[in-house]
Ligand binder design. Structure first.
Ligand SMILES: [Zn+2]
Length: 418
């Protein structure tokens, strides 16, 4: 018995956030996405402005809100909206992901310069990060847990410490990708969603173990503040995609035109905008996603573009075929950083392969064995949005053309070799 494939996008029901495909073979993500063409967005934006007005600091003795940024992923768009268009005074907060590309660092530097903003950065010591990453690789097959944990907790800790109650995030993936909630639910940040979906069910304190040599001193930076502290400041985290019709491609292109945001080709996807700050995200991290879930980021990206009426199904299938077979190219840097050999990394990753998807054949090679139930042509036709694709991602001029991402920048990565 195979898993159903949506008749509009290419998701199956096998999705880490959960997705539902109905008897018309349309997935929950595609259905909720239709709201982007039916909701009254000018009215919703007005609603957002009135919420923001409540948080404007009248005494001019503190920031109005916190914006978590990485430099990439719509950071420019969000800061431009909140500061330049709505007139708020934000504090930018960033967690140093340590897998930085120099381009990502440059985008972040230009972000704080263009927008004249204060920024609060956390760089956790490299020893703890490596211990945590060894542990999460072993237990979850994840090298990205510390980034997801840091990015989702540090802004909340700063909100509590500096008593800035409002945190403004970009898109909620439960709404934008899988349709877990409607835009009308106006879902906000929660401890529960973070633990179950962002952190794959593993909180910081769950990592403490003698076996992995991870101790309390290594993980306290990743602990979510307690409910009493959150309530005493009144911390809330809202998502802009509930109030603004979210279109990350158009948003990035606006920022390329206005502020010369730098884009760059990625190893395993055609989206040259979102994840240019990390050398593992669209690379080794995405390759692992495919071992665990049977698909990579390129599927997320083509589905988004199908729903935004820029890609047809046929071209989406071609893009997935092209990109999901690319092998990661930055393994060496990652292994050197963590101090693991190729064989031990591959051994750990094989432990986390989804055995319903991958089996070894007689020559001991991994082969896909999962079956997909494809919708029939009539259903595909009935749910089709467009037939002529128009989906070009720009590659901007590199502000430092001689630099190669396969050599490391030392200080700005938060660590040095040796
Ligand atoms: Zn779908």
């Amino acid at each position: 018995m195979g898993v159903r494939v949506c008749s509009r996008c290419l998701y199956t029901q096998n999705h880490p956030l959960g997705i539902y495909i109905d008897d018309k073979w349309l997935c929950s993500g595609c259905k909720v996405h239709e709201e982007k063409d039916t909701l009254n967005w000018p009215e919703r934006e007005q609603r957002l402005k009135s919420i923001l007005a409540e948080y404007k600091n009248k005494n001019l003795n503190n920031y109005d809100c916190i914006i978590p940024v990485s430099g990439a992923r719509d950071s420019y768009f969000i800061v431009d909206k909140i500061k330049n268009q709505y007139g708020m005074n934000p504090l930018l907060v960033t967690y140093n992901a340590q897998y930085n590309t120099e381009r990502g660092i440059r985008n972040l530097v230009f972000l704080r310069t263009h927008f004249d903003c204060d920024i609060f950065t956390l760089t956790v010591n490299p020893q703890s990060i490596k211990q945590i990453t060894r542990a999460t690789l072993r237990r979850l097959g994840s090298l990205y847990w510390h980034v997801l944990a840091g990015q989702t907790v540090f802004p909340v800790q700063v909100a509590v410490r500096l008593k800035i109650p409002l945190i403004i995030w970009g898109a909620h993936q439960g709404v934008d990708q899988v349709g877990m909630y409607s835009h009308l639910d106006e879902v906000e940040m929660t401890r529960k969603y973070r633990k179950e979906h962002d952190l794959m069910g593993l909180e910081a304190q769950d990592l403490i173990s003698d076996e992995d040599q991870v101790f309390a001193k290594d993980i306290y930076q990743f602990r979510y503040p307690d409910n009493h502290d959150l309530a005493s400041v009144g911390v809330r985290g809202m998502y802009l995609n509930n109030y603004i019709r979210w279109d990350t491609k158009a948003q990035h292109e606006g920022m390329i035109t206005k502020y010369h945001y730098e884009s760059h080709p990625q190893t395993r996807t055609f989206d040259t905008y979102n994840d240019v700050d990390s050398f593992v995200y669209s690379d080794l991290h995405d390759y692992i996603k495919q071992l665990k879930w049977g698909y990579g980021k390129v599927t997320d990206h083509v589905n988004r573009e199908i729903r935004l009426k820029r890609l047809c199904r046929e071209q989406a299938c071609d893009l997935v075929k092209k990109y999901e077979n690319y092998k990661p190219v930055f393994n060496k840097q990652f292994m050197q950083w963590l101090g693991v050999t190729h064989n031990s990394l591959m051994f750990i990753l094989d432990q986390h392969r989804n055995k319903n998807i991958w089996k070894r054949n007689e020559s001991w090679q991994w082969q896909r064995v999962d079956e997909h139930l494809q919708p029939n042509l009539k259903t595909i036709e009935a749910n089709k949005l467009i037939s002529v694709p128009d989906c070009n991602y720009q590659v901007t001029k590199n502000k430092k053309p001689n630099y190669q991402d396969d050599s490391y920048v030392l200080y700005s990565k938060g660590w040095v070799n040796g």
